[in-house]
Design a protein around this ligand. Structure first.
Ligand code: SAM
Length: 457
């Protein structure tokens, strides 16, 4: 049952009475479409199936499979993401060219849907800072970033106010704000139970606080994408209007195809371009409820002097260390290798200085590609290197497993030694890497990380 005051609040969404009825019926009884976004760095060919019109890598599935039982899910070949949120790619492509090198912040990032999307759209020499303030959620975010395997992301766990240390630093900031979740009512009945007009007010206040705290980190002329998965005006248009009133900014023009079913609106911005807002209503689009607005910070003088760095954790890799790491990377000439403690990491050369600036000011949980530890010049590879899209496949022998054996590997079960080479092997399913296994004589050592193993099947 939908709360009566929620139904009343829908009058503010711009839907007429018939539209509001259709929306409520869909929220109460409609089936949630299932969609995934594939990883073009791991899968060269687009899978079959009906595409999500606003995202070239998104497609709908006829039914919801048990994703846990698909080894390719664990290999980062696709990300399960509801279709409306994939609209960020359309925004990105409308504003930025292919190969443009950007500094991007995804401020409210866990579990990682928008971060993996942005990391893919932005290309390998851009940097995406994927931030999540809640530590436990940030750890899940880091797992998903490692699994996606692009190497162009730094995962941080900071309060939005900490980003003041990176004044005028980001070209693009996505604020996918914590919200009252009305758009998730059909997918997640708990969201209905937790909803109240007071919760809406609380969320709206928190969203303004978050926006005001992160605003200084956006460079003049930079883009802010504000999004929620809720319908009410308080958390959506009214917050955009508040931003326009209090900060020097305006909208950006973005085209959409009317056939997509997205409801467009505008928030006036004085003399400037009105801010376009996009509403996804589940009775009209194949996706969940979603709202987003695209805002450009006014041009102005960019201050680039950063706060004093904390002590750096990075040590440049020695020539010898570099020589030991190079064979593991498909294109080592694009990489910059460093040591953090006793562990070796790789970064895209062009992006490294930016990652370093972030790491010296914020609380970084993970960044780049964790390669592993060197013992007398020999690398003991870590899991993220197996999932890195540009691992040099000739670096180690590969063990291709069938589905049952691959699931056994992902459960951290015993894998028979026959068929494996002595020493380290890369375990693959359908040619895609899942992780490492070591053979020592007749024994094998399953190196799949304990904390990722699949359970309860
Ligand atoms: N962008 C994510 C994705 O696409 O997978 C979903 C983000 S979810 C809508 C909002 C996130 O904001 C949650 O992970 C939540 O933990 C985080 N959050 C909660 N309170 C916050 C706060 N005060 N400041 C910043 N983020 C907050």
């Amino acid at each position: 049952m939908l709360p009566p005051s929620f139904i009343e609040s829908l009058a503010g969404t711009g839907l007429d009475a018939a539209g509001r009825d259709a929306l409520c019926r869909t929220l109460e009884a409609g089936e949630t479409p299932v969609s995934v976004r594939f990883n073009p760095y791991k899968l060269a060919e687009r899978p079959e199936g009906e595409g999500v019109p606003w995202n070239r890598y998104g497609f709908y599935l006829a039914e919801r499979p048990r994703f846990t039982l698909d080894p390719l899910f664990h290999a980062g070949v696709y990300y399960v993401q509801e279709a409306s949120s994939m609209f960020l790619e359309h925004i990105y492509r409308s504003l930025f060219g292919e190969g443009e090198r950007l500094r991007i912040l995804d401020l409210c990032a866990a579990p990682g849907g928008k971060s993996t999307l942005l990391a893919t759209a932005a290309g390998l020499e851009s940097v995406v800072v994927a931030n999540e303030v809640i530590r436990a959620r940030a750890l899940t975010l880091a797992d998903n970033i490692r699994k996606w395997g692009l190497g162009n992301v730094a995962v941080t766990s900071n309060d939005p106010s900490h980003f003041g240390a990176l004044e005028h630093w980001f070209d693009l900031i996505a604020v996918d704000a914590p919200c009252s979740g009305e758009g998730m009512f059909r997918k997640n009945p708990e969201a209905t139970a937790q909803w109240s007009p007071q919760a809406v007010e609380l969320c709206a206040g928190r969203q303004r606080r978050i926006l005001s705290e992160v605003w200084s980190a956006l460079r003049p002329g930079g883009i802010l994408i504000y999004s929620t998965c809720t319908f009410n005006r308080r958390e959506n248009e009214e917050n955009v209007a508040w931003l326009v009133e209090n900060y020097d900014c305006e909208g950006v023009r973005i085209e959409t195809d009317p056939a997509w079913g997205i409801v467009r609106g505008e928030v006036p911005a004085g003399e400037g371009v009105p801010v376009p807002v996009f509403r996804f209503f589940p009775h009209a689009v194949r996706g969940e409820g979603f709202f987003c607005a695209v805002i450009r910070k006014a041009e102005g003088r960019v201050r680039t002097r950063l706060s004093k760095p904390r002590r750096t954790v990075f040590t440049e890799a020695t020539r010898q260390e570099q020589a030991s790491l190079r064979p593991w990377f498909g294109q080592p000439e694009f990489m910059h290798f460093v040591r953090i403690g006793d562990q070796m990491y790789g970064y895209y050369e062009e992006a490294y200085p930016a990652v370093r600036e972030v790491a010296e000011r914020l609380s970084v949980l993970y960044s780049g590609v964790h390669a592993g530890q060197l013992y007398h010049g020999k690398l003991k590879p870590e899991h993220p290197l197996a999932l890195f899209h540009d691992l040099a496949r000739e670096a180690v022998p590969q063990a291709e497993l069938g589905e049952t054996a691959a699931l056994g590997y992902l459960r951290r079960g015993d894998i028979p030694a026959d068929g494996l080479a002595e020493g380290m092997n890369l375990v693959c399913f359908e040619g895609v890497p899942l992780g490492w296994i070591k053979r020592i004589g007749n024994r094998t050592n399953n190196l799949y990380p304990k904390e990722l193993r699949i359970q309860n099947l």
